[in-house]
Design a binder for this molecule. Structure first.
Ligand code: 5GP
Length: 190
């Protein structure tokens, strides 16, 4: 999506070869019209997939996921990060080991908001190593829902997330794919 790529070129900050900061328009301050256009684009891409729900992991995926849900006119479910606690039979729960952040956290989803009949589109801001998306998939699969695909605003294609998900047969759609980065340098794929 040219709009997003141009915005990244203009206002994104490549901190080093791994981390892109997009605080001024996605993560800290949000540019709502851009976010709305990105949601429309994702919705357009998946419109024939019979999606019944959009899902995201709190918190930075909520804005793009909500805009996508608005365009698709379906509910948004937020997979919640919660500290470990006793098993609760009303929730689907999974422990996520984040290698990137060197922490463990628990991801939960109330059984009330998902069923085997659902077709779910997962939306997040970034795809890097695919840890967050893999955990979301694991949790949603507990409900036997169908996973329609994963959409992200920015994919860092030099990290293994895309490959990890695609090798499981999951469609991955990214609005901007970064081939290479260094401090103050971003090169898009194609
Ligand atoms: P993954 O689980 O795919 O390694 O990382 C996904 C999550 O890490 C995203 O939801 C995002 O919040 C965060 N993340 C990964 N890489 C970046 C990055 O370069 N910049 C920012 N701002 N967040 C990132």
């Amino acid at each position: 999506m040219e709009l997003l790529k141009n915005k990244i070129k203009q206002d994104g900050v490549a901190v080093n070869e791994h981390i892109l900061k997009v605080d001024s328009f996605i993560n800290h301050q949000i540019e709502p019209m851009l976010m709305q256009e990105m949601g429309k684009d994702i919705a357009e891409h998946f419109k024939e997939k019979g999606i019944t729900k959009v899902a995201t992991i709190e918190s930075s995926g909520i804005a793009p996921a909500l805009m996508t849900a608005v365009s698709l006119e379906v509910p948004l479910i937020i997979l919640k990060k919660q500290p470990s606690k006793i098993l609760n039979q009303d929730l689907y729960q999974t422990v996520v080991t984040s290698f990137t952040k060197e922490t463990n956290y628990e991801l939960t989803l109330s059984k009330k908001y998902i069923s085997a009949e659902d077709h779910v589109l997962i939306v997040d801001d970034f795809l890097a190593n695919g840890e967050a998306a893999t955990a979301a998939l694991r949790l949603l699969r507990m409900s036997h829902a169908t996973i329609a695909g994963i959409a992200v605003l920015i994919e860092k294609s030099f990290q293994p997330g895309h490959q990890k998900l695609a090798s499981q047969g999951i469609e991955v759609y990214a609005l901007a794919q970064i081939a290479e980065m260094a401090q103050d340098y971003v090169k898009f794929k194609d």
